[in-house]
Design a protein around this ligand. Structure first.
Ligand SMILES: NC(=O)c1ccc[n+]([C@@H]2O[C@H](COP(=O)([O-])OP(=O)(O)OC[C@H]3O[C@@H](n4cnc5c(N)ncnc54)[C@H](OP(=O)(O)O)[C@@H]3O)[C@@H](O)[C@H]2O)c1
Length: 164
């Protein structure tokens, strides 16, 4: 099972200046619960934005750079290679961004774990449109903003519609 995890705003915005657009501790906890113990695949820019390996997960980072090395992560040169290595570690694989990697992996993904943030923010990076012909929403749990989480948001699960 390949799952994409993403937090996006109402216009599919996910990032600006290589940073996230919000700080939502409840979403970070949700992300940790979903991905801990499983391999996570990300683009080099997302890795640099996080700045260090995510603990308790094999961090697989995709880059075309030949001379780039970071301790504690597995660096691969293609999405195919990333998936090949991740499958050797676990049958549940998580793709965690960013926009460039999401664009290239929607076709090979089985499930989307979306946090829809009820915000409309300026951004330079976006999640691809979720085509209702290809994806069905199977779950939605919404939370209201509070003193630590400045926006309302919903955790949504989408599953790929299997063609007969
Ligand atoms: N809201 C969310 O859930 C979320 C999640 C993750 C990220 N983000 C945000 O998204 C933004 C980063 O996304 P991004 O689209 O700019 O970058 P990205 O997808 O994280 O990384 C792009 C990089 O990945 C490598 N790459 C991409 N496709 C490749 C391929 N087919 N083969 C080999 N290498 C490949 C290249 O690295 P090299 O240049 O090294 O070759 C490319 O520059 C940031 O603002 C971040 O905060 C948001």
């Amino acid at each position: 099972m390949i799952t994409i995890v993403v937090a996006m705003g109402e216009k599919n915005e996910i990032g600006s200046d290589n940073q996230l657009l919000w700080h939502l501790p409840k979403d970070l906890k949700h992300f940790k619960n979903l991905t801990s113990g499983h391999p996570v695949i990300m683009g080099r820019k997302t890795y640099e934005s996080i700045g260090k390996p995510l603990p308790n997960r094999t961090n697989i980072v995709i880059s075309r750079k030949k001379d780039w090395f970071e301790e504690g992560i597995l660096i691969v040169g293609s999405i195919k290679e990333a998936v090949k290595f991740a499958k050797k570690i676990d049958e549940d694989i998580f793709i965690i961004g960013g926009g460039n990697i999401y664009e290239q992996t929607m076709d090979i993904t089985d499930k989307l774990e979306v946090t829809l943030v009820k915000a409309d923010l300026k951004a330079d990076t976006f999640f691809p449109k979720i085509d209702s012909k290809a994806w069905v929403k199977t779950q939605e749990i919404c939370h209201e903003k509070d003193e630590k989480n400045p926006y309302d948001f919903c955790f949504q699960t989408y599953e790929k519609i299997k063609s007969e």
